[in-house]
Ligand binder design. Structure first.
Ligand SMILES: CC(C)(COP(=O)(O)OP(=O)(O)OC[C@H]1O[C@@H](n2cnc3c(N)ncnc32)[C@H](O)[C@@H]1OP(=O)(O)O)[C@@H](O)C(=O)NCCC(=O)NCCS
Length: 257
């Protein structure tokens, strides 16, 4: 089926379908990051030219959310995703000139996962960066298989390799095959808090006493404090860097993988 890639500035009519992709494929607790809840709407109202929709047969099957930033790539913040979203919105209001493009979320419709669409999203993000004269695409990457190893520190996990030398993690591999390199761990890329009842609703679990809990979909344990009635999850991500040649559009949705 023919694939087409649009920005939401080109095709504002696709916004509704892009929005509906998000809740279907992420664990419920991921929808309660305070920074995302405060600023995510601004991506649609302020940055439609940096939101990508991939269509098959006219229907949105995947999306890529990005935001431009004035940052260099030397000392990226420990609060990866949250810092990028918050500062991207602030810099836009201050009319700061961007230097890099930051990937915030790549998402493939649940029915279309496992078909190679994630590579297309990254290629489209890279093209967007170079078309805009930005020097790099940076990404606070959420390694997809890390949730199966929540007790392993992220610093160790990103050292794991397969026999062929490529990253153990499949989503990091997609970045790697496009030439990206790991810069550092972002230990508190997202911070998600809620009271115990909220966490029980989000996870379908019970938390009878204070302590650390392994929660499905979380990349590290969640800390529950029953006295404070507070559950705290700090999500570690991995900063990865794609250097992109200036002014060169490189994706073609029909090209072979
Ligand atoms: C992460 C995501 C974008 C990957 O998209 P996708 O189109 O399904 O992935 P692809 O088909 O391109 O496969 C990429 C790699 O993952 C592997 N993979 C795909 N589905 C997998 C699964 N369920 N389990 C393990 N590996 C899987 C593929 O084999 C491939 O690895 P390899 O070819 O190097 O061996 C998609 O799963 C998704 O939308 N997840 C929810 C949102 C999210 O977590 N986004 C990433 C954080 S920004």
């Amino acid at each position: 089926m023919p694939r087409e890639i649009f920005t939401l500035a080109q095709r504002p009519d696709l916004e509704g379908q892009v929005r509906r992709l998000d809740p279907e494929t992420l664990p419920e607790f991921m929808l309660h990051d305070a920074v995302a809840n405060r600023y995510w709407e601004r991506l649609y109202s302020g940055f439609p030219e940096f939101q990508l929709a991939i269509c098959e047969g006219g229907k949105v099957v995947a999306a890529g959310h990005t935001i431009p930033l004035s940052w260099g790539t030397g000392d990226l913040p420990e609060t990866g995703f949250d810092a990028a979203l918050e500062q991207g919105v602030r810099e836009f209001e201050e009319r700061r000139s961007p230097a890099v493009l930051c990937a915030l979320l790549a998402i493939v419709d649940a029915k279309h996962q496992g078909q190679g669409l994630s590579r297309l999203i990254l290629e489209a993000m890279r093209s967007l960066a170079s078309e805009r004269g930005l020097e790099a695409l940076i990404a606070p990457v959420r390694p997809t298989l890390k949730s199966s190893y929540p007790l392993t520190p992220m610093e160790r996990y990103i050292e794991w390799r397969r026999n062929d030398g490529l990253f153990f993690d499949p989503w990091m591999r997609v970045h790697q095959r496009l030439g990206a390199e790991v810069l550092k761990v972002a230990p508190r890329s997202m911070t998600i808090t809620g009271n115990v009842a909220e966490w029980e609703k989000w996870t379908g679990m019970r938390f009878p006493e204070s302590g650390e809990y392994v929660v499905p979909g979380a990349l590290r344990p969640v800390l529950m404090d029953l006295e404070e009635d507070l559950g705290l999850y700090e999500e570690p991500n991995v900063w990865m860097l794609h250097e992109v040649p200036a002014g060169k559009a490189e994706f073609n949705p029909e090209s072979p993988r």
